[in-house]
Design a protein around this ligand. Structure first.
Ligand code: IPE
Ligand code: IPE
Ligand code: MG
Length: 243
């Protein structure tokens, strides 16, 4: 396989998911407020979206705000809501110009109206694009997503559309927030923590995990390439025996 520059890239991951962690620690190390770390993280994200597209990654999904992040101090939460709104306002035009499809997954109805409105606008105005799909997980929780899928199944059973015996993995997968998206091949977490923090629990069943101690604001396209190259050396078994 080759990237857009024609260089050889061994077995490219089709879908890369990222837990962008360490903004707070990055800020603290510099004597800054946590929110300043989040703004620095936004700048990094901007570079990484285009770097992923240049590499030929088809799906990039990033964790922007978890359903548990409401537990943070109120000023950090409201600062993050303002940042997400300003960032989407500022970036939408460039994303459109570059033909990048934007999706947002999570319980968007619980976000401030202004924020969910701009997310819907971004999704609407880029839905025809096929270059790269850039998905933001906002007010997202893997358990909440599965609960929402189970509720949808329960409604379908109650209304007689399907029977309980017909429920299988495909029935659950079909009711996730972005059902047509392939599962992540590679899951990157920055800032060193070795946990999923409720991210894409269903979809990451067989994802290859790559962790770097680098805080998210210091993450670079070079590190993304390193993760992708390391992924190329992994052997995926999916439970089977591979010689
Ligand atoms: C990740 O950075 C961004 C969000 C969760 C919004 P953190 O804010 O979790 O940074 P640390 O983990 O406290 O360093
Ligand atoms: C996960 O990071 C959420 C995001 C990156 C948006 P957290 O910083 O919230 O995760 P924990 O609390 O360390 O598990
Ligand atoms: Mg964190």
């Amino acid at each position: 396989m080759t990237d857009r520059a024609g260089d050889s890239v061994p077995s490219m991951p089709q879908h890369v998911a990222v837990i962008m962690d360490g903004n707070g620690r990055w800020a603290r190390a510099r004597g800054l407020e946590r929110i300043e770390g989040h703004w620095a993280g936004y700048k990094t994200l901007k570079r990484i979206v285009y770097a992923a597209d240049d590499l030929g990654i088809r799906y990039l999904t990033v964790y922007g705000f978890s359903s548990e992040n409401w537990r943070r101090p109120q000023n950090e939460v409201s600062g993050l809501m303002r940042l997400m709104y300003a960032a989407m306002r500022a970036e939408l035009e460039d994303l459109i110009e570059n033909g990048i499809r934007v999706r947002v997954i999570g319980r968007l109805h619980q976000l401030p109206d202004e924020l969910s409105d701009i997310f819907y606008e971004a999704m609407r105005s880029t839905e025809a694009y096929t270059r790269m799909t850039f998905t933001l997980a906002i007010n997202y929780g893997g358990r909440a997503e599965i609960v929402d899928a189970v509720r949808a199944i329960a409604r379908d059973i109650a209304d007689g559309r399907i029977s309980a015996d017909d429920v299988d993995e495909a029935s659950v997968a079909a009711r996730l927030y972005a059902p047509e998206m392939p599962d992540p091949d590679l899951l990157i977490r920055t800032a060193g923590e070795m946990r999923l923090s409720n991210y894409l629990l269903w979809q990451s069943a067989y994802s290859e995990i790559w962790v770097t101690p680098t805080y998210w604001p210091d993450f670079t396209p070079e590190l993304l390439l390193q993760a992708v190259q390391d992924y190329g050396k992994r052997t995926r078994r999916f439970g089977a025996v591979v010689e």
